[in-house]
Unconditional design. Structure first.
Length: 191
């Protein structure tokens, strides 16, 4: 059963990866770098500040940093424990795919998918009370993680498991943030 899932995962990866073309490689190389998303992050922090104030935003930013640290380090732990080869290093499919970036680290599961979904779920759960179109935030992890498939670095299962893992941590951190706000009476209009 596991072998069938892995085979389907590889087939889906080959299909999605081969949708790319050299014309768009530069675009996806920009998308995959977290630093290039800074304007979006600053906009999110500004919108949060308007709704929750400086004191709560400081706690929020600290929790986001902690969330990213935990997600990133635990994803690395799983990668080094499971040691699944990245698509770009998988000899079975290497000649069937487009490799835009080469990496020697392991693949399962995607740290990019994990951290981006964790932070998005955390922020979305707060935003949804204040902004009608908060769901648009989910375009960030979708685009960000797809870049990893496009570039030849992650299989779809790496992304999906990263999403589930990160989403779970994002939800837990949202609940913890609410607890902190209630516990220390950092009055906010409603968490």
């Amino acid at each position: 059963m596991l072998e069938k899932i892995i085979d389907l995962d590889k087939q889906l990866f080959i299909f999605l990866n081969n949708l790319g073309s050299p014309t768009f490689d530069g675009f996806w190389l920009i998308i995959t770098k977290q630093i290039n998303w800074t304007p979006l992050f600053l906009l999110v922090f500004f919108l949060l500040y308007k709704k929750i104030g400086w004191k709560n935003l400081t706690i929020y930013i600290f929790l986001i940093a902690l969330l990213i640290l935990i997600c990133d380090q635990s994803a690395n732990f799983f990668k080094n424990t499971i040691q699944r080869l990245r698509p770009c290093n998988d000899l079975q499919i290497k000649n069937l795919i487009r490799v835009v970036i080469q990496s020697d680290s392991f693949s399962f599961f995607s740290g990019h998918a994990t951290s981006s979904m964790a932070t998005t779920v955390f922020v979305f759960l707060t935003f949804r009370k204040y902004y009608k179109y908060a769901f648009i935030l989910f375009s960030f992890p979708l685009i960000f993680a797809y870049s990893r498939i496009y570039l030849g670095l992650h299989f779809p299962i790496d992304i999906i498991i990263g999403y589930l893992y990160g989403g779970t941590f994002g939800f837990l951190f949202y609940k913890f943030y609410g607890y902190l706000i209630d516990r220390f009476s950092l009055n906010q209009t409603s968490i």
